[in-house]
Design a protein around this ligand. Structure first.
Ligand SMILES: [Zn+2]
Ligand SMILES: [Zn+2]
Length: 313
């Protein structure tokens, strides 16, 4: 066994990385299509509102509520049918399958800011933000990390079925057409021309799918990069997690990341009164609607209580 003592030796000891062309092409394609939003042809206020609403439905509910606080950390419980709906919303955010997202994130908690952390900012800001997604890391092969971190997710037949890449990509592509069909169909029903239907439908796709997805990506990625580098700390955890005020707001509560590392299971990441946590409020709303129960509250508070560090879940 090689004993690594310096940063240079750690770099040399890393296995060679191969480009992940599917992710490189997919992420580039989404950014290019999202850039069409700069052309007035695709603009309408309806499309902007649809993008904002989509950020909440697919990003806040799909990724923050479902992938992160529900599936990874088991911060609350929910009915099976609602779990399936949230899973489909998460898939449309194009952040990989439930088992993969959960496995990567549990590994992050276990090794946060050390070399085996999948998106450790120790390598660089860009690596933590997106670089890690653009390469095949040999120690991150799907089946290796699934066996260790995502067995519980894969026991569920529906969530396991989403591992089929045809099903996974099929849902993503299908939702492009739902957005286009809704826009074009509404225009035609309202007496618009074919050209107007095409324009409005494409506008909804550019804003409602591509701009929204890219915005969600950078919010999620920034939790891994920005909130492990910049912000304040309520808790002296044994990694570098930070509470970042900007990200706390734009990522709907996920930016209170130091609180989250200190108490990962809690469904509430905002621990101080002014740490606004829209994701937690959404879970509370689900509770009122009978869609969430056993919602886990923080076990610690700033200035008092024990700090738990680096648990796997
Ligand atoms: Zn973290
Ligand atoms: Zn987490």
């Amino acid at each position: 066994m090689t004993i690594v003592t310096t940063a240079a030796e750690a770099t040399a000891a890393r296995p060679a990385l191969r480009p992940h062309w599917v992710n490189i092409v997919g992420i580039s394609f989404y950014h290019l299509v999202a850039a069409l939003a700069f052309f007035p042809y695709f603009f309408s206020w309806t499309a902007v509102i649809v993008a904002a609403a989509g950020t909440f439905v697919f990003g806040t509910i799909g990724i923050n509520v479902f992938y992160h606080r529900y599936l990874t950390h088991k911060g609350f419980q929910s009915p099976k049918w609602f779990e399936k709906w949230m899973a489909v919303m998460a898939i449309c955010s194009f952040q990989d399958t439930p088992a993969h997202w959960v496995a990567v994130h549990r590994r992050h908690h276990e090794y946060a800011d050390d070399e085996p952390d999948p998106h450790t900012p120790v390598r660089s800001f860009l690596w933590a933000h997106v670089g890690w997604i653009l390469v095949h890391s040999p120690d991150m092969s799907r089946y290796e990390i699934y066996a260790r971190y995502a067995k519980d997710v894969l026991r569920d037949p529906f969530l396991r079925s989403l591992e089929n890449q045809r099903v996974y990509l099929g849902i993503i592509v299908a939702h492009w057409f739902v957005f286009f069909g809704a826009g074009a169909g509404w225009t035609l029903i309202s007496g618009g021309t074919g050209a107007e239907a095409l324009q409005f439908g494409l506008g909804l796709v550019v804003w409602g799918v591509f701009v929204r997805t890219v915005f969600n990506w950078h919010n999620t990625w920034a939790v891994n990069s920005v909130s492990h580098m910049w912000g304040y700390r309520n808790y002296e955890t044994d990694e570098h997690s930070r509470n970042n005020v900007v990200l706390g707001l734009t990522a709907m509560g996920e930016g209170w990341h130091n609180n989250h590392h200190a108490d990962p299971r809690s469904a509430r990441h905002g621990h101080r009164p002014w740490e606004i946590d829209v994701t937690y409020w959404t879970i509370r709303l689900f509770g009122v609607m009978g869609l969430a129960w056993r919602i886990t509250e923080p076990m610690i508070s700033p200035g008092g209580g024990a700090v738990k560090t680096k648990p796997a879940q």
